[in-house]
Design a protein around this ligand. Structure first.
Ligand code: FES
Length: 263
């Protein structure tokens, strides 16, 4: 039995329910799995980025995406754009691209939902109260900066082009399992990037008549289909990025050899 509280002005407010939530299902499972998954990935990526080794396989021109573009003296032949960065242990080899990739993922509409729920409990699930007393949404500092997502999208496109170039260069040495892994990762990265909500708006936003813009309409239709899979692509790309990096790390460290299909 519940009663209805009355607002100071006399209007009806929320029902005065003493229970924290009336949900009886395992609503906490999704945020918990997300917390563990994202936490594990961020830990792995941080360790790898500051490891400063096992990122390049000279023989097959395999470069891990975590170190691309490679910009310090440690890069050797992997440095396609020179080596303007100093060899300092706090500076990642890909210090120009990683902040933009981080910004792109942090401000992504899907990841926002994921970490608001699983890390900030704001709220942890539908019909479950917020973990915090106050809520200002994304209208003020610092979350107002989530609006930078549309600009991070352009940077992510440029970095995807560089990743594609890395895969193409590796192709010049023949064909091995490493090439397959690099290409799968690049294709998934493009799918994730193009499925972005900002991309969808760029493709079809602000148009009054689709019939007058058939090319944009076709692209918008394509992006809209990808967009329905944005959450899955967000997780798949975390997987392909980690797998690509781990495979190249193992090759560079000499733990195993590349499975060659064409030499
Ligand atoms: Fe997720 Fe743009 S909304 S990458």
């Amino acid at each position: 039995m519940t009663t209805t509280a009355t607002r100071p002005g006399g209007g009806k407010a929320r029902a005065a329910i003493s229970a924290r939530t009336l949900r009886t299902d395992r609503w906490w499972l999704a945020p918990l799995v997300t917390f563990i998954g994202l936490g594990a990935w961020v830990t792995y990526a941080t360790v790898r980025v500051f490891m400063h080794k096992w990122f390049w396989v000279e023989q097959f021109h395999y470069l891990t995406p975590f170190y691309s573009p490679c910009l310090t003296d440690r890069c050797g032949d992997a440095a396609l754009f020179g080596t303007p960065l100093p060899n300092f242990f706090l500076i990642p080899e890909a210090a120009f691209s990683l902040p933009f990739l981080l910004l792109f993922r942090l401000t992504c509409y899907y990841y926002r939902k994921a970490y608001y729920r699983s890390f900030w409990l704001s709220p942890p699930a539908c019909a479950v109260p917020d973990g915090h007393k106050t809520y200002s949404g994304e209208t003020r500092f610092p979350l107002i900066f989530q609006n930078a997502h549309r600009y991070a999208f352009y940077a992510a496109v440029i970095i995807s082009v560089i990743n594609t170039w890395d895969a193409a260069l590796a192709q010049s040495t023949g064909l091995g399992l490493g090439n397959v892994i690099l290409w799968v990762n690049v294709i998934m990265l493009w799918a994730y990037t193009l499925s972005c909500h900002s991309c969808r708006h760029i493709a079809g936003g602000r148009l009054k008549h689709f019939s007058k813009h058939p090319v944009r309409y076709r692209f918008w239709t394509f992006v809209s289909k990808l967009n329905t899979r944005h959450m899955q692509l967000a997780w798949i790309t975390l997987g392909t990025l980690a797998l690509t990096d781990f495979y190249i790390m193992g090759l560079a460290a000499g733990w195993y050899s590349d499975l060659r299909i064409i030499n």
